[in-house]
Design a protein around this ligand. Structure first.
Ligand code: GAP
Length: 530
């Protein structure tokens, strides 16, 4: 279970996570299980904050996104339609000497199980030729374990959104363009889980499927399709936006989200996949990367997936995934014949190409595409989709790596002492405020401190601590990433009359202390925790 000792900073972070209750190896008392991790008390709070912030931003703060919470196990046909049964695999090789099993494309980066100081490419063992290894975990539904009861643990949350597209559309009264968001567990039987939680076998995703009009419909309605004028955020969504504008919009929205959590732009990179790297249905895909201590790696992918997913579910389920667009129908009727013909042909060609790629015969593809293009002329189409897909666990790891810092103080005897401060952005910090009576053995201080704790608790996550020196208590909260500490001392009780009913508020990052009236404490903290 031990992680390869490749990176001192990562080792420190992994050990802090265990020691302070952010992340533990799953099933540790039995030696652990590779690729599975549990979140402890502080980790559970951090994760909850991250998911709440994503949900608030993507769902609650918008009119055009609705939420979904679907099951992990779904009808297995879903994974056939999505392509996961046939193609969701990594190339795997076995080493005939060390008996290790590796991803062929990661051989050079993987430690040999027999000689962890060596990378696999340096292990001289003969390797088998690569063969595809499907990453989906299988299970059986019901008492009989045969092919008819085979099911999969979902490898992504996205497919449930496509499968429930029509239900959400009908019940949420949304109209294209609009999105459906979901946060939930996903499972992949990764060949080589690694880099702590970065590549796990059980993890969580935060996914948005944002459905848009095909460009032909936009052009029919608006007379043109707006495309990006240059880099940067394109501003408020407009009716003339084609898929490129929507794609750029979501890339920029997602970057802004990461910045709002304290990950500055210089810690992030954008990677535009090259045409040869794109999935056959994708028109573009941008990865947002974070500079982890073990390398610059993907946090989130934002893909323009055309109308592939809904079209696949339409073909496999036999249920229409088309929407009716009144504006398109009306606009189309007013178009000159020449324009109608041009748009009809473009849509027809795109649909025919997709159907042919999916294995329909030439005649069948032609007939179905013709029907689709005729449908477009009457206001019907399968929506296209932009998919921002983020990993919760990777974001948690990025936040931990970014927040980690060490300071060296000298103790009372003049000895240097290095301690850790997690400089979390206040919005994600697991605990927002520590509350401390200066002394534990003075009942009047303890009683007042408990009153302050109870005052703050309905508004903030508060940690009350009365044990150890006040310096130790501050240090413990610095290590947990708590932005503020509130101390109740004799001045609070009125020893200095002018300071009666005030407390000391200490800032984690600067150590600066400020006297704040208890009556104003909630407002002060609210203003500083944004
Ligand atoms: N629906 C699209 C999709 O699932 P993906 O790039 O395979 O795309 C999206 O996954 C995100 O999920 C990744 O950017 C990453 O943050 C997270 N993710 C994927 N595999 C993961 C793993 N094994 N462990 C942790 N997070 C993972």
């Amino acid at each position: 279970m031990a992680e390869p000792k490749t990176n001192v900073l990562m080792e420190k972070i992994v050990s802090l996570c265990k020691r302070r209750g952010f992340i533990y190896p799953s099933s540790e008392i039995y030696g652990g299980i590779a690729g599975f991790w549990d979140y402890g008390p502080l980790g559970a709070e951090l994760k909850r904050n991250v998911k709440d912030l994503w949900w608030r931003r993507v769902v609650h703060q918008r009119d055009d996104v609705a939420g979904l919470e679907a099951t992990i196990i779904m009808a297995p046909q879903i994974w056939k339609a999505s392509g996961h049964v046939d193609t969701f695999s990594d190339p795997m090789v076995d080493c005939k000497t060390c008996k290790g099993r590796f991803r062929a494309d990661q051989l050079a980066e993987t430690p040999c199980p027999q000689r962890p100081s060596k990378m696999v490419s340096e292990c001289h063992g003969e390797k088998t030729p690569p063969r595809p290894f499907n990453l989906m975990f299988t299970t059986h539904v019901g008492p009989v374990q045969d092919d008819s009861s085979l099911a999969y643990l979902r490898p992504e949350t996205a497919q449930a959104i496509f499968a429930q597209f029509k239900n959400v559309l009908e019940t949420s009264r949304q109209r294209v363009p609009f999105g459906i968001a979901q946060i939930g567990k996903a499972f992949r039987n990764e060949v080589t889980p690694r880099n702590f939680t970065f590549r796990s076998r059980e993890f969580e995703q935060m996914e948005l499927e944002f459905f848009i009009r095909p460009d032909e419909a936009v052009e029919a309605i608006c007379g043109h399709v707006a495309t990006p004028a240059g880099p940067g955020h394109p501003g408020e969504p407009q009716p003339d936006w084609g898929w490129q504008m929507w794609h750029q919009y979501w890339v920029e929205e997602r970057l802004r989200f990461y910045e709002s959590l304290g990950l500055s732009r210089d810690t992030l990179e954008e990677y535009w996949q090259k045409p040869e790297e794109l999935a056959h249905y994708a028109r573009a895909c941008v990865d947002i990367l974070f500079k982890f201590p073990f390398g610059t790696q993907e946090l989130e992918g934002i893909a323009a997936r055309s109308d592939f997913d809904l079209s696949q579910h339409q073909r496999f389920s036999g249920k229409p995934m088309t929407v009716f667009d009144e504006e398109l129908k009306n606009a189309w009727a007013k178009l000159p014949q020449e324009k109608q013909d041009a748009l009809w042909r473009r849509y027809f060609e795109a649909r025919r190409a997709y159907l042919a790629r999916m294995g329909e015969t030439a005649e069948q593809a032609e007939a179905l595409a013709r029907a689709d293009a005729d449908g477009l002329a009457r206001g019907w189409y399968v929506p296209h989709v932009i998919e921002p897909s983020a990993g919760v666990d990777r974001l948690i790891l990025a936040l931990l790596c970014h927040a980690y810092s060490e300071v060296t103080d000298t103790d009372a005897k003049g000895k240097p002492e290095t301690r850790v401060i997690l400089r979390f952005h206040p919005s994600v910090a697991p605990i927002k405020v520590g509350v401390f009576p200066l002394l534990k053995n003075r009942p009047e201080l303890v009683a007042r401190a408990r009153e302050v704790r109870d005052l703050l608790r309905p508004r903030f996550t508060v940690f009350y601590d009365e044990t150890g020196s006040i310096g130790r208590r501050y240090a413990r909260q610095d290590e947990a990433g708590t932005p503020f500490g509130v101390t109740i001392d004799f001045d609070t009780l009125g020893e200095t009359p002018a300071l009666k009913d005030t407390v000391t508020v200490r800032e984690r990052d600067t150590g600066r202390q400020e006297r704040v009236a208890i009556a104003e404490l909630i407002g002060w903290l609210e203003a500083h925790l944004r």
